[in-house]
Structure formats: structure tokens, C-alpha cells
Design a protein around this ligand. Structure first.
Ligand SMILES: [Zn+2]
Length: 183
């Protein structure tokens, strides 16, 4: 696995227009885990990719009317089979966290990498997703000096009350155990 100009060679590149520059001297120092499914509760539609590319057909599902026009992204998506997709270069600022705060610092998009797991808060994530996420985290922790094993969090941790993902189904202990084995 290798990063070249912010793009990981192990990931399928699906560029999103939803990003901008990080503030000067803001190296990634936090990794935020999310989950998403489109339509909600359904996997494998390909609509997460379309959503992050502003190409979702809003007539395809009633829920899509609610999210119509939203411009969001994450750096990475890990699909149910573990397949890794990248939407935004890691040195750019993806739009995944929204209003957020981590240990006194606002606007976590400035200094974080966002990783979406295809899933739901209350449904177990797949073994393949844990393994892909572990490999991704291990590589990024090794690559970015300010990103450490203790600076991994969920969207719910930086936007409490507003966001619940990746939810109680996500096993943080398992991720940390896999990371200890991998690094
Ligand atoms: Zn989220």
C-alpha cells in the first residue's frame, strides 16, 4: 500500500468534486469513522458513490429527496466485501464531519481523514471491513506523524447528539486489537 499525491494505490479512485484545501499546515491528525447506506439499510446499490459524486438520482428513492443537493464526501469508503474506494486525496479537505469538535478543536474536516463504512449503526460490520479498515489505519498512522492509534474516533464522538455513526455495532476494541497485531 502506498500514497501517491494523496491517492492510495490500494484503493479504487472515484474522484468527488466535494473537497477543498486544508488550512495551511494542517496535516491529518485524526481519523473519523462513519457509516452510510443508500438507500438506508440497503447495501451494494452503488448509490454511495453516486451521492459523493453529486450524481444521485433523487427520484430513485423517497429518502433521496431529503438529501437532494447535499454536497458531501469522505476520503474513503469500505464496502461490505472490504473493497476500498477513495473519493478525495488525503492531503485535501473532504466534507464528512460537519459541525464538530475534537478535544477543543472545531471543524474536524480541517485536520481529519474521513472513512465511511458501508453499514448501519445497529448491524454488525463484516470481517472484511474490519480487515480493510485495519490495513488502511495502519498505513495512514505510519505515514502521518500526527495520526496515532489513540486519535481514531467515530462521527458520534465529534458531533454528539447530532450524529450516531458508526453506532453501537462498531467494535472499537476489535479495531484496536487488529491494529496492535498489524503494527
Ligand atoms: Zn458520519
Amino acid at each position: 500500500m502506498r500514497l501517491i499525491d494523496g491517492w492510495l494505490d490500494a484503493a479504487e479512485p472515484v474522484p468527488s468534486p466535494n473537497f477543498n484545501e486544508r488550512p495551511a499546515e494542517q496535516e491529518p491528525s485524526l481519523l473519523v469513522v462513519h457509516c452510510i447506506s443508500l438507500p438506508p439499510g440497503h447495501f451494494g446499490s452503488g448509490d454511495i458513490r453516486r451521492f459523493f459524486q453529486n450524481q444521485l438520482d433523487s427520484s430513485a428513492h423517497p429518502f433521496y429527496e431529503e438529501i437532494k443537493g447535499l454536497k458531501v464526501s469522505a476520503h474513503f469508503l469500505i464496502e461490505r466485501n472490504g473493497h476500498l474506494v477513495q473519493f478525495v486525496a488525503t492531503d485535501k479537505r473532504a466534507w464528512h464531519a460537519g459541525k464538530s469538535n475534537y478535544k477543543g478543536c472545531d471543524d474536524c474536516n480541517n485536520f481529519s481523514i474521513g472513512v465511511e463504512l458501508e453499514g448501519c449503526d445497529d448491524q454488525a460490520y463484516s470481517d472484511e471491513q474490519y480487515h480493510s479498515l485495519t490495513a488502511l489505519c495502519a498505513y495512514l498512522i505510519d505515514y502521518y506523524p500526527k495520526l496515532t492509534r489513540s486519535r481514531l474516533c467515530g462521527h458520534s464522538d465529534i458531533a454528539p447528539g447530532r450524529k450516531s455513526d458508526p453506532g453501537p455495532a462498531f467494535d472499537w476494541g476489535r479495531l484496536q486489537q487488529l491494529l496492535r497485531q498489524a503494527t
